[in-house]
Structures are given as C-alpha cells and as structure tokens.
Design a protein around this ligand. Structure first.
Ligand code: TYD
Length: 135
C-alpha cells in the first residue's frame, strides 16, 4: 500500500456562536465501517506511540485537542509526516502502512476510529517483517 493512499479528510463544520460542531460518518467522510474508537492522551513530552503496521485495520485519526505528528512509512521506502492540529480534520490511513505518532503537545488528545475490533494478531510490530509482507 503506497503512502499516497493516505489522505487528510476535512470534516463538515457548523460554525455557531454557541460553539462549533463537526462530525464524521461511515460511508460519508470515512471510507470504512467504524467498529471501534480509542483515545491516546496524557502523553509525556518526547514520547512516541504506535510504531507498527496493521494487516487489516484501517483508521482515521483526529487531534481532538492540541497537536501531534503522524509519521507514515510504506514498504517501498516512502515516508511522509502529517501534522494534525485541528479538530475538524483527520488522517485516513489504510492497512499495510507503518505509522507512529510523535511531537505530542501538552494536553494533546488523539482520537482513532478503526475499521476492526481489537485484534492483537493484526499488529505487525517488526519493520523488517512489514517490508517483507508488503513489498
Ligand atoms: P498499542 O496499540 O500497542 O499502543 P501503541 O501502538 O501506541 O504502543 O496498545 C497498547 C495496549 O492497549 C496494548 O496492551 C493493547 C491495548 N489495547 C486494547 O486493549 N484495545 C485497543 O483498542 C487498543 C488500541 C489497545
């Protein structure tokens, strides 16, 4: 899977003096059925999260608050850094790409919506294995 399959998705925005509203929905903004969401928060300065690939899982990642970078690598040697710092946009990452998150700001909250239920066997944690599987 090449990195070009990743995309920043802008969410609808309802600007309102009472506070703004954005949403995303399976089949509208999100090109997979959302089965699970999880949160990453209270990340100490300098820490990284992720650092693996998924065989099947596709995901959509939003910076609900604060900011962080998502570093995506493909098995062909491509690498791209996506900076997220707005709650009305997110990054779609298909399966078959290596990714980690870094440069978390203080109070950053990362929301991940996933196409699969949690399955430890879907994780590919060794970069050499990843390259061999997806090359
Ligand atoms: P993990 O995905 O390995 O986090 P990271 O890639 O950022 O290091 O998840 C950390 C732990 O949380 C691991 O023991 C599995 C557990 N976990 C669940 O039980 N359910 C989930 O949906 C997720 C994402 C993780």
């Amino acid at each position: 899977m090449p990195i070009s399959e990743c995309s920043i998705i802008s969410l609808p925005k309802f600007l309102d003096p009472r506070g703004n509203l954005s949403y995303y929905e399976t089949g509208l903004q999100i090109p997979f059925e959302i089965k699970r969401t999880y949160l990453i928060y209270d990340v100490p300065g300098g820490e990284t999260r992720g650092g693996h690939a998924f065989a099947e899982q596709k995901e959509f990642i939003v910076a609900l608050s604060g900011s962080f970078d998502i570093v995506v690598q493909d098995a062909q040697g491509g690498k791209q850094v996506f900076s997220l710092n707005r709650s009305y946009m997110g990054l779609y990452i298909p399966n078959g790409l290596w990714r980690h998150m870094e440069n978390f700001s203080t109070n950053a909250v990362c929301l991940v919506s996933s196409s699969t239920h949690f399955e430890d066997r879907d994780y590919i944690r060794d970069f050499e294995d990843f390259k061999n599987i997806f090359k």
